[in-house]
Design a protein around this ligand. Structure first.
Ligand code: PMP
Length: 362
């Protein structure tokens, strides 16, 4: 038997060549009193939900694997949206849904199309699954014209096209005409990421059907105040759901998560009240920012993109961190020169942010 490699012996094997040049996901997790950088809800879920979950956990058969198809959870999600459970795929955060989509419909020799600037993980996850990524650009105002979107799809012929509505980090919603134009242009699957869907007035959910190559992704991380839970889902044609199940690891949804998600859906009204409160607070925040030397983009999400005038984005970000206010530095992202993104927090948090920003900029 040959000896194990000794210290100083041959180095570790090289990873996949196409990963060597890629950085992992990066979002600064620096300590700050006011954290407005990751678009979480500033409010916890209802205490009744927590009590119900604790009671339910007493009945879990811990020595057994969880129910593999997550049937009850998918039924509850299907009820929420008026679709069949067979049109719902649930996973560990909507990021895992996106990964499953790329595994099933992307992969070597296939292309994914994004419209930048948008959620960076669309391109990142596609790359990780060996899918080639074509990054088309939005217009200067970050809008995506239906004809331009359709032309990109016809030219690139992607296996997967990503839209994000409201779009992270710009906050803009996609016009329904754009969604329909992409669907008509085909080929491939259109993924509309609606992680912030309930903050906006429009949704692509109504277009989902078994004969339409459309997948809408949602998450419990934002509007449901459950970022710690890591639960997201897709509403999709039944055939697509079958493919996503095929690429998901067996028992990927643990028993606690299944119960927690199902019980959360009983508190829909509380969720809608939190969302309405955050939308009103967003409007207050945007109105207050109008008095400062920043450009602000209109948002239909729980965050606001802004560009300080005459100041480098990174300098402003650092000055805010010095005042214990953490926002997202998007200033080095393609197409977002000088921009920062702030999550809508509680009124007290937003006041801290506004005061710090005013101090830094004036
Ligand atoms: N899509 C978008 C547009 C997001 O902004 C996020 C979270 N930042 C996600 C998906 C991932 O959410 P989850 O926590 O469900 O993985």
């Amino acid at each position: 038997m040959s000896p194990l490699p000794a210290p100083g012996g041959p180095s570790l094997p090289a990873p996949r060549a196409d990963l060597a040049m890629r950085e992992g996901y990066h979002s600064a997790q620096v300590g700050a009193e006011v954290r407005l950088n990751t678009n979480e809800s500033p409010y916890p879920p209802p205490p009744e939900w927590q009590a119900e979950l604790l009671a339910e956990m007493a009945g879990i058969a811990w020595n057994r694997y969880p129910e593999r198809a997550a049937r009850a959870l998918r039924e509850a999600i299907a009820d929420l949206h008026g679709v069949r459970p067979g049109q719902v795929f649930a996973a560990n955060g909507s990021n895992e849904v996106l990964q499953a989509l790329c595994l099933a419909y992307g992969g070597p020799g296939r292309r994914a199309l994004t419209f930048e600037p948008t959620y960076a993980l669309h391109a990142h996850i596609a790359h990780l699954t060996g899918t080639a990524v074509v990054q088309a650009e939005r217009a200067g105002d970050f809008r995506l014209d239906p004809a331009a979107a359709a032309a990109a799809v016809s030219g690139v012929r992607p296996a997967v096209t990503f839209l994000c509505s409201p779009n992270n980090p710009t906050g803009l919603v996609e016009d329904p005409e754009t969604v329909e134009a992409v669907l008509r242009a085909g080929p491939g699957i259109l993924v509309v990421d609606e992680a912030y869907g309930q903050f906006a007035a429009t949704s692509a959910l109504g277009l989902v059907g078994d004969a339409t190559p459309l997948v809408v992704c949602r998450t419990f991380s934002k509007t449901w105040s459950l970022a710690a839970l890591r639960l997201g889902y897709a509403v999709a044609p039944g055939e697509v759901v079958g493919m996503l199940e095929r690429v998901a690891l067996p028992y990927h949804l643990d028993a606690v998560k299944q119960a927690a998600g199902r019980l959360a859906l009983r508190h829909r009204q509380a969720m809608e009240q939190r969302v309405a409160g955050l939308v009103a607070e967003r409007e207050r925040l945007v109105a207050a920012m109008a008095a400062l030397p920043v450009r602000v983009w209109p948002s239909q999400a729980n965050f606001v993109l802004f560009r300080p005038e005459g100041r480098a984005g990174l300098d402003v970000w650092k000055a805010l961190v010095e005042r214990s206010v953490l926002v997202r530095d998007t200033s080095s992202w393609p197409g977002l020169d000088g921009c920062l993104r702030v999550t809508v927090g509680t009124p007290a948090e937003d006041d801290r942010f506004l005061a710090a920003l005013a101090e830094v900029l004036t």
